[in-house]
Structure formats: structure tokens, C-alpha cells
Write a protein that binds this ligand. Structure first.
Ligand SMILES: NC(=O)C1=CN([C@@H]2O[C@H](COP(=O)(O)OP(=O)(O)OC[C@H]3O[C@@H](n4cnc5c(N)ncnc54)[C@H](O)[C@@H]3O)[C@@H](O)[C@H]2O)[C@@H](O)CC1
Ligand SMILES: [K+]
Length: 501
């Protein structure tokens, strides 16, 4: 599992290594600058082979210090480098000042604010380095930065200026420097994988600067084949999932979820449908069993069979049926995924839902559903971020899970999964995990089914939800263009096989 770090965690790791005497700040800065120049060469070998003009924008802190290193290395490699500093050279912190002095032997340090007042002609550069602010950004950037979008290739040092490293949110209405390539150091910061981060970073390279690993608490989800592998045994040994369906003409969502639960390895899957939907469902199902579950009372009776060990409800249910069934399901204390209508049904009184939830539950809200259940947290998340570290989707999901008393998977390109204990994971469907074809009707129903299937197989809620999120995106990536929700369960066998399941 890859770690993600907050700015404070990164500072602590650096400080500890420097205090222990294993490395100096100056050495770390040199490695950081070298890493950026190496990444530029790897990404644009043609430009590196015929160096042109490079613009370096350096800020008042150590991110600026990296900029001075990069300016020196680019100049040595044959680039014509113009460097503009925001702030005064005398006020730079020690390592940055040392590198400013080394740079002064090779080139001039221009004043950025003066240059912006006169008008900085960016069209003359092939390459621009954003070394204005990194992990130290706490306030909006009060600079009229030039638009670089159709000019030079833009490389962000550590993180694009204007982005909060802890939340991926833009700080205030200040400038945001969008990059084509971002080179960060040691480990990804939360800001690279949340909110606006992935869109602002472009491609992301993590460069090792020789610091010891550890120190982060929130990992990015990676596949855990042990979670998918199916061991020998009877079908009942792999659990029995029950997916509840909506009425006639609204059964598709539950059928998709049921199919996903079966494909991910639940031993048995039953669809519980109201009487009017039985014929419709029977015409569509083969391996999935069908039972008549009219209402909450019928569900309670059915759950007398304790082999039914995981439930999924919400997709296509309609709010009234969803509420009635959810109350019965939660009373039975089974592993339960609540999605869609099963969440919306409690919008008028989320506390009534929270009072019934228990640690074997998983809620899977998208942004709208999250706002209905946790309106105060959603408001904090959507209010403009005036200062860093800004309130993040990770913070909001953690708070939601604590309040709900169960695992919450908050969907999105940046899916955050948190348990009631505070443990959390992020699945970022960007960079090498981008899955744009997943934005298709019914995809969320499949995710619900995957979680239910993994719960039936006995995984803990946080693991089931995290691994389901990974499998969901992996199936979409494997299928690719033209994906519709039905394809996701059908692509799962290939995904599982590739993981050695
Ligand atoms: N500390 C180290 O040993 C290393 C640091 N590195 C670089 O150092 C960066 C962090 O450096 P800093 O902590 O100096 O922080 P930054 O260089 O990101 O910011 C500098 C300072 O500007 C101030 N500031 C914040 N927002 C502002 C705003 N909107 N307008 C004006 N001033 C503002 C803050 O006091 C902040 O500390 C990393 O992103 C990375 O690029 C790397 O060189 C690796 C080694
Ligand atoms: K930067």
C-alpha cells in the first residue's frame, strides 16, 4: 500500500532525518532539484536533447530553494534560464539562500512582482518551473500569475502552487498553477490524490530523496490478492449474500449488484424482490436465486436463516421500501451495504439511521447522498478554503464514519473509505488508475454488489469496501472504451485471474 502524507508529516520525516544527522537539508534540496530535472528529461527527451528557454518561478521558502537548484542544473545542461523570485533574496531560509548564492554565479535573479507588473512574456519559453509554493502554502497566492495553459510545458515542484497539500483544494480565490507534470518527493501528499489535485498536477512522479519510509497514516488502496483468493470448500463456506430489489420495471440495479456479488466470489447470492417483480426477475436470473421479499416483516422472517450473512440494499428500491427494509436489515445485525435510496430514505432524519447502524455496515454515498446525511460536513467541504491545511474529503469521511458508527465509502474520482475507528484509505482513480469510462449508469450498483460479495466472504468492512473500489476501477480500466455497467461483473474473472486469485 502506498502511503500518503500530510505536509506536517512530511516536515516531521525531514526534520527527524536531519536531526539524526543522516542527511542535511541542503542534500535533500539537491536531490529534490535533481529529481525534477531527471523527470523532465524522462518525460520530454526531445526537448532535453535540444534545450531551449526555461522560466523558473521561485518562491520565498524551500520550494523556491528547489527552484534555484533546478535553475542551476538546467543551465548546466544547456538551457537558457530566466529566474524570477517572489520575495527578497535576503529573507530566504538558509538552504534556499545557499542555493540562491550558487545560482548567482550562473545567472541573474529577477524580481517576480516587478516582472509581472511590466508583463511577463511566457510565450518565449519551452519550459516553466513552478517553484513558488509547495507544502508550506497556507494562504491564497496574491500574485497575478500568467496563464501558462497554451505556452510552455509546466512542471510543478512538489505540488502546483495554489493547491493545499493536505486537501487538494485551491486555497481561496488565489492563483492556481496547473501543471503538465508534478514531481513530488519521498511520497504522495494527500493534495495529489484528493479533490482538484489530480487535475492540477498533470502527470505525477514521486522521486525518492533517500528518506526512511513510514510516518503516514492513510494509504492508497492497492490490490490484496489474499482478499480475493478462493480456498477449497463448500459454497456455504463462501457466504450467502442477499440483495434486495425494487418493484417491477425497477429491478435492474439490484440485479447488477447481485451479479457482481456472485462474480466476486460469494458462494450464493439471492435476490429478494417484491411479488410484482418476480416474473421480471425470474426471466433474467439463472445462478442467482430469487425469493419473494415483500416488505420489512418478510425480510425479518427470512433473516431467521443465519446463513444469509451479507445484505445489500438501496439501488432501485424507492425511498419507502428502502426505509422499511433498511430498518429490518439493521435490526438483524448482519454485514450490510446501504446505498442509494437506503441512504436518501433517511435524509429527513439521519440520526434515526445512525442509531441503527453498527460496525458491520458500509455506507456508499456519492456527493449528493453524503450531503443529505451529513449536511454540516458537506457544507464545510464546499465552503471556500481560506487557509491551509483546508478541511478535506478525508476529514469529512472520517467524521462521517465516526458519527455513523460504521464504514463510509465516499464515492468519487477520489474515493475515500473510513471506518468508525478512524482508519482510512483512499482510492484515486486518476493518473495510472484513471477510469473515465466508469462514469456510466449502474456502475455504482455494481460497486455495492462487489462490497456485499466480499462481506459475504468474510472480509472486514474497511477491507471489503477498499478492495471492491479497486476491483471496480480495475474492471473498468481493463474493459476500457464502450464500457456499460453490465460489463463490469463480466470483466471481473479476468481481473481476478490477473491478481492470482
Ligand atoms: N525542508 C526540507 O528539507 C526540504 C524541502 N523541500 C521543499 O520545500 C518545500 C516546503 O518548503 P517551506 O516549508 O519553506 O514552504 P514553501 O516554500 O511552500 O512556502 C514558503 C513559506 O511561505 C509562507 N507562505 C505560505 N503561504 C503564503 C502565501 N500565500 N503568500 C506568501 N507567503 C506564504 C509560509 O510561511 C511558508 O512557509 C517543499 O514543498 C519542497 O519543495 C525539498 O527541498 C526537500 C527538502
Ligand atoms: K510548486
Amino acid at each position: 500500500m502506498y502511503e500518503t502524507l500530510t505536509a506536517a508529516q512530511m516536515r516531521a520525516i525531514e526534520a527527524e532525518a536531519i536531526e539524526a544527522g543522516s542527511v542535511t537539508g541542503l542534500t535533500l534540496m539537491e536531490r529534490a532539484g535533481q529529481g525534477v530535472v531527471d523527470a523532465i528529461r524522462a518525460r520530454w527527451p526531445d526537448r532535453a536533447a535540444a534545450p531551449g528557454r526555461a522560466l523558473v518561478l521561485a518562491g520565498p521558502g524551500n520550494n523556491g530553494g528547489d527552484g534555484f537548484v533546478i535553475a542551476r542544473l538546467l543551465k548546466t545542461a544547456g538551457w537558457q534560464v530566466d529566474l524570477f523570485l517572489f520575495g527578497s533574496p535576503e529573507k530566504l531560509p538558509p538552504d534556499a539562500k545557499a542555493n540562491a548564492q550558487r545560482w548567482s554565479e550562473l545567472g541573474e535573479t529577477h524580481d517576480l512582482e516587478q516582472a509581472l507588473e511590466r508583463g511577463l512574456d511566457v510565450a518565449r519559453y519551452e519550459l516553466a518551473i513552478d517553484a513558488l509554493f509547495g507544502t508550506g502554502l497556507t494562504r491564497p497566492v496574491a500574485l497575478p500569475l500568467p496563464d501558462l495553459s497554451d505556452g510552455p510545458a509546466v512542471v510543478a515542484v512538489d505540488i502546483p502552487t495554489g493547491l493545499c497539500a493536505d486537501s487538494g483544494r485551491r486555497i481561496g480565490q488565489g492563483a492556481l498553477m496547473r501543471a503538465d507534470l508534478t514531481v513530488t518527493f519521498h511520497a504522495r501528499k494527500l493534495g495529489h490524490v484528493l479533490a482538484e489535485g489530480p487535475a492540477a498536477c498533470g502527470a505525477l512522479v514521486v522521486h525518492d530523496i533517500g528518506l526512511p519510509s513510514g510516518g503516514g497514516e492513510t494509504g492508497l488502496v492497492t490490490p490484496d490478492p489474499r482478499a480475493f483468493q478462493k480456498h477449497q470448500g463448500h459454497k456455504y463456506g463462501h457466504g450467502h449474500a442477499l440483495v434486495l430489489s425494487g418493484p417491477a420495471t425497477r429491478t435492474g440495479a439490484a440485479r447488477l449488484a447481485a451479479r457482481a456479488a456472485l462474480r466476486v466470489g460469494a458462494g450464493l447470492v439471492t435476490l429478494g424482490a417484491p411479488r410484482d417483480a418476480m416474473a421480471e426477475c425470474a426471466a433474467q436470473l439463472t445462478a442467482i436465486m430469487l425469493r419473494d421479499v415483500e416488505d420489512g416483516a418478510a425480510l425479518t422472517e427470512m433473516l431467521g436463516d443465519d446463513r444469509l450473512n451479507a445484505l445489500a440494499l438501496g439501488p432501485g428500491l424507492g425511498p419507502d421500501r428502502a426505509r422499511d427494509l433498511a430498518i429490518a436489515a439493521l435490526e438483524a445485525r448482519r454485514a450490510t451495504v446501504l446505498d442509494a435510496d437506503a441512504l436518501t430514505a433517511f435524509a429527513d432524519d439521519p440520526d434515526a439511521l445512525f442509531a441503527q447502524l453498527h460496525p458491520a455496515c458500509v455506507l456508499t454515498p456519492h456527493g449528493g447522498e453524503f450531503a443529505r446525511l451529513f449536511p454540516d460536513l458537506a457544507d464545510r467541504l464546499s465552503a471556500p478554503a481560506e487557509r491551509g491545511p483546508a478541511y478535506s474529503k478525508l476529514d469529512a469521511t472520517r467524521e462521517a464514519a465516526a458519527r455513523a458508527g460504521c464504514t463510509v465509502l465516499y464515492k468519487g474520482m477520489d474515493t475515500v473509505i473510513a471506518s468508525q475507528t478512524g482508519a482510512a484509505r483512499i482510492h484515486c482513480a486518476a493518473y495510472d488508475r484513471a477510469a473515465p469510462w466508469l462514469a456510466t449508469a449502474g456502475a455504482g450498483d455494481v460497486l455495492t454488489g462487489l462490497i456485499a460479495g466480499l462481506l459475504a466472504r468474510g472480509l472486514f468492512p474497511l477491507t471489503a469496501a477498499s478492495q471492491a473500489a479497486w476491483l471496480h476501477v480495475e474492471a473498468a480500466r481493463r474493459f476500457g472504451p464502450g464500457l456499460i455497467a453490465e460489463d463490469l461483473p463480466e470483466t471481473l474473472p479476468a481481473v481476478l485471474r490477473a491478481q492470482g486469485a
